[in-house]
Design a protein around this ligand. Structure first.
Ligand SMILES: [Zn+2]
Ligand SMILES: [Zn+2]
Length: 272
């Protein structure tokens, strides 16, 4: 039985609500076996948003303290921005991360949640701008394991229907997925979509189906929790969907190496 969450924020993230220790205790209470912290590494106002030394030493200390109850791993969620690529690479090679989750939260220095990102664009144009930025990232940046919430853009557009239909973006999505697969990376199944009212995991079923058709195997499941009570939230829905698509394994990472775990043996999320 292996209950794991690969995408967890704490107060080391600006938008995190609960301390690392509170999150760990919650994880233990609900029976989590493997917990990977992925606090935000964002570059804004000429600096990174996290104190890496403190972050890594806190994880080391708490990993030791709770080692008989839960396995804790050091991950990071890189909010990739091309103008700071060298700085990002430097930090990632310096600290001993188990897992690097690459996410696109910002395109051309504009945050995707900001309505400016969408101004003057149709839905298709805005979504293509987002996906093209991911394609540019996977082509030029290599130091990550898994790409986070591939269709995150759908949370923020103010359109009548925010959904991404795979066929409408097939060209760019296929290019992204193929690049990820051929470079031995993976994608994330992120359950926060249910909490953001998009009624789906990120990315949606059509994209996950295509990833499998193209030969994709590396999948991590993450809650993207920003409070302790959201750890492993809605995982039963993610696992049901993965089983429906005939996926057999999910992954976690230790020292940047994927460990495959049978979905059958991974316990469904216990949090309703
Ligand atoms: Zn994110
Ligand atoms: Zn996150």
């Amino acid at each position: 039985m292996n209950l794991l969450d690969n995408h967890v924020h704490t107060t080391f993230s600006i938008d995190g609500k609960d301390s690392m220790e509170t999150v760990i205790r919650r994880g233990i209470d609900i029976g989590v076996n493997h917990l990977t912290f992925t606090d935000h590494m964002e570059f804004h106002n000429d600096r990174f948003s996290i104190d890496f030394d403190k972050y890594c030493s806190s994880i080391t200390e708490l990993r030791e303290k709770y080692k008989n109850y839960i396995n804790i791993y050091t991950g990071i969620e890189v909010g990739y921005q091309k103008h700071v690529k060298d700085k990002i690479n430097e930090i990632l090679s310096y600290y001993p991360f188990d897992f690097i989750l690459c996410s696109t939260h910002t395109v051309d220095k504009i945050d995707v949640p900001n309505k400016k990102f969408f101004e003057g664009y149709t839905k298709e144009e805005a979504y293509r701008k987002y996906f093209q930025s991911i394609l540019d990232t996977v082509r030029s940046f290599d130091d990550y394991n898994v790409y986070g919430h591939l269709d995150y853009v759908i949370r923020y557009g103010n359109f009548e229907n925010n959904k991404v239909i795979y066929n409408d973006y097939k060209d760019v999505l296929d290019a992204i997925l193929k690049h990820i697969i051929y470079s031995d990376k993976g994608i994330e199944v992120n359950t926060s979509g249910f909490r953001y009212g998009v009624e789906s995991v990120h990315p949606n079923t059509s994209i996950l189906r295509r990833y499998k058709e193209l030969g994709g195997e590396i999948i991590t499941v993450g809650s993207d929790s920003h409070r302790a009570t959201d750890v492993c939230k809605d995982f039963h829905r993610a696992y049901e969907m993965l089983k429906y698509l005939d996926y057999k394994y999910v992954c976690m990472f230790m020292e940047r190496v994927p460990v495959f775990m049978s979905i059958e043996k991974s316990r469904d999320g216990v949090v309703a």
